[in-house]
Design a protein around this ligand. Sequence first.
Ligand code: BF8
Length: 629
Amino acid sequence: MYDATESKKIAEARALDPTDQEIIAKAIDDGVETAWDRLADQQPQCGFGQLGVCCNRCAMGPCRIEPFGKKPVRGVCGANADTIVARNLLDDLATGAAAHSDHGREVVEVMLETAEGKSQGYQITDETKLAALAAEYGIKTAERKKEEIAKDLALAFMEEYGTAKGKLQMAERAPTKTKEVWKKLGIVPRGVDREIVEGMHRVHMGVDADYTNILLHAMRTSLADGWGGSMIATDCSDVLFGTPVPIKTRANLGVLSKDKVNITLHGHNPILSEMIVKAASDPDLVKRAAEKGAKGINCVGMCCTGNELLMRRGVPIAGTFLDQELAIATGALEAMVVDYQCIFPSLPQTASCYHTKVVTTSVKTKIPGAIFKEFRPDNAYDTAKEIISLAIDNYPNRNPDRVRIPAKPIDMMAGFSEETIRKALGGTYKPLIDAIVTGTIKGVVGIVGCNNPKIKQDYGHITLARALIKRNILVVETGCAAIASGKNGLLVPEAADLAGDGLKSVCKALGIPPVLHMGSCVDNSRILVLAANVANELGVGIGDLPVCGAAPEWYSQKAISIGTYFVSSGVYVVLGIPPKIFGSANVTTLLAAQLQGITNACFAVEPDPLKAADLLEAEINRKRTALKI
Ligand code: BF8
């Protein structure tokens, strides 16, 4: 046990945000284990694993390669460090691509069931987007009901997953020059199911041993995610729930209420979270909450499903990946309702220290100790009511003596979809292009990705975003990076005062923040579309644009796929956490240098966010010089 001063000191080292620090200190004082403690317990972490030279793929192993040129230089099968590192990377990347794309498939299935009248509580909301997508897919719209069009579109999306056409319709959005690079490399993305299956085939012992060949397939798989599975998830969610427009809300653990039933929606798919929020205003449930002594039902978001909710409904967001245990440690949470991805398996253990109930809802994500309520489209509203009832009935179990809710939620603004940005600029990207040409805005950087307890929570995101806007670089964000900026006050128009004079003038004229929240992690596809549309207007490739990416605090396999589809599309990406590739000099050189000669982009690794800002600015200047601007 620590005394209060020690807990505070530890908390300050773990997180940037004072509200997070407050609850980290409380968790320490309450004796609750969190990811930071588990990371400490794991020290020292396996050096072979960190370098990517550990292979546990078959029953002749596990094998590891000695990284300093001594024996063993090969696994039992004969694979060397290059093969092992590249195979491990493809395996991780395919896992991430599968997570995004499987999420997308579930949204498509709900769209189909909704179109056929078989779902409960969903509807086709955005008819403009539906019509635009139908035109893209050659689906007739004249004199047809929206449900008929949506049914054809859902079937067309399903076909994309395993298409026999050998290419994706969605990827046609990419500029010609970018697609030519893919063609030359033999990485034109086909259906994401196929790329993932082929990836799993290649990493089987005795299949692909050529690291270059393996990495090319990794690039292809990532493209099928970014321009396929993820893009479908984004577009289909917009049709069902509406395309985001600017909206105000609040962020940090202070959004929990001291006198309402608190429900945190954590995970990724809006299919679940949208329905819980909808059911939370059901008069029966509001009455039931009042009967239990609560002043209402307070739904808040967490992680990417939180992003989905806040950008469409203005639902407040409690925090990022590393806030999930802290939300429980406030002692004020009646239920943590999850679907999948980024859910700590330890949540029921955390919850057992308080009264919180952890509810899992997907057959894909069962966690020992959690309550399982299967959530299906055909009974979605009824199940949502059942889950909320469970939270309401748990309200009297809250122990006020163990509750601490931070005082001040922070105002933020979200909802900057590609459509909204384009519309705000007058239907064309010309004003943005002009601002970039004159140097008023030097370029654009997408800051994306997670928290990782290896770095002080949100420090990487916020330090980098502040440094970039000061240099007149517009920042667009998704995922936990965007939530971090919300918690730290960068997502309000007033934050333009922190920007350089050029960017500040543009933000003030448009009334927008210098950091734009573009959505969840699958919504990185919105950044791809934005870049594609700007490049198409200029008649260049994405790789020619002064546009870069960064993932300062990434942890997830999904982030590997995201980073790779950006680099494969021509966007230079700086990672704040080293990927597990340094056991192979060849793999490292290919990803961090040689790719630049092919896609005009590569990866860099820089844990210091200020140095990362220098790298990003230098790359933006390189591309500006090449464009002669
Ligand atoms: O998909 S940013 S910690 S919540 S993986 Fe997870 Fe990373 Fe957050 Fe969203 Ni994305």
